[in-house]
Design a protein around this ligand. Sequence first.
Ligand SMILES: Nc1ncnc2c1ncn2[C@@H]1O[C@H](COP(=O)(O)OP(=O)(O)OP(=O)(O)O)[C@@H](O)[C@H]1O
Ligand SMILES: Cc1ncc(COP(=O)(O)O)c(N)n1
Length: 275
Amino acid sequence: MKKVLTIAGSDCSGGAGIQADLKTFSAHGVFGMSVIVSVVAENTSRVIDIQDITPEMIEKQIDAVFEDIEVDAVKVGMLSTPECMRAVAGKLRQYKPEHVVIDPVMYAKNGCPLMDPSAVDALIETILPLADVLTPNIPEAERITGVEIRSVTDMEAAARKIHDMGSKTVVVKGGHAIGNALDVLFDGKQMYHFETERIATKNTHGTGCTFSSAIASQLALGMDICKAVEKAKVYVTTAITHSLAIGKGCGPTHHFYELYRHGLPTQESEVAECR
Ligand SMILES: Nc1ncnc2c1ncn2[C@@H]1O[C@H](COP(=O)(O)OP(=O)(O)OP(=O)(O)O)[C@@H](O)[C@H]1O
Ligand SMILES: Cc1ncc(COP(=O)(O)O)c(N)n1
């Protein structure tokens, strides 16, 4: 069985973070493991408080996994401070996992910050160059590049710029745009578009976590990056189509194993053909 590790924050309400990652791993039939970087007291409406785990404890968790188990892919999510980033980066450089997918989480869907704004420089210096796939949403891509994104051409320019900053492949996600849900992938050579109709729902808590974990799962299962992103896009679209009206705010995506297994996206995905 393929084994996939998430290094991220815990969302006690179950929709995002470690919890969404582990549900996504299970739906893909891979064995999920988790290193908790921050404990977040949050729900579908708000973030109440964040308690970071110490860098030493983050490192010990990563050691505990890697000294014992062969890891096929790693997904990195919320890293709230430069200290957390340096701890995770050091261990990724030490263990050199084959596939590293990084979701540079900065804010929750409800706008609450999950990363210290002063940590952007550390993110760029220590974390970005470790990504085989970096998956910023539009506001995150703007913060990383310092360039405003108003069009698909701007998304492509941001993807190129982030690639130049050291991430091997970049997917700028269009969940925050208007119109179709269009994601742009740049692998240093070619630009790909992955597009579906926008699903009219407010229940999109955890979409970014779901998407990046699905990419990591597909890489562990042997897909190349373009195919992994194509399949992850179908998975997240399905998970949003069947999202749940749980809680008072933005409800979570749904990870129903049978939906994935039998490939029942009710939305036809218009995903670009990969090589
Ligand atoms: N309403 C929607 N309909 C269809 N696809 C969507 C919708 N919202 C987001 N997506 C897709 O979900 C994936 C995640 O994108 P999004 O931009 O929402 O990530 P994110 O903002 O990082 O998520 P999170 O809020 O969990 O951090 C992308 O593939 C995006 O196109
Ligand atoms: C621990 C944690 N990690 C990531 C997110 C982002 O997901 P979303 O923006 O959908 O709330 C989150 N809310 N909580």
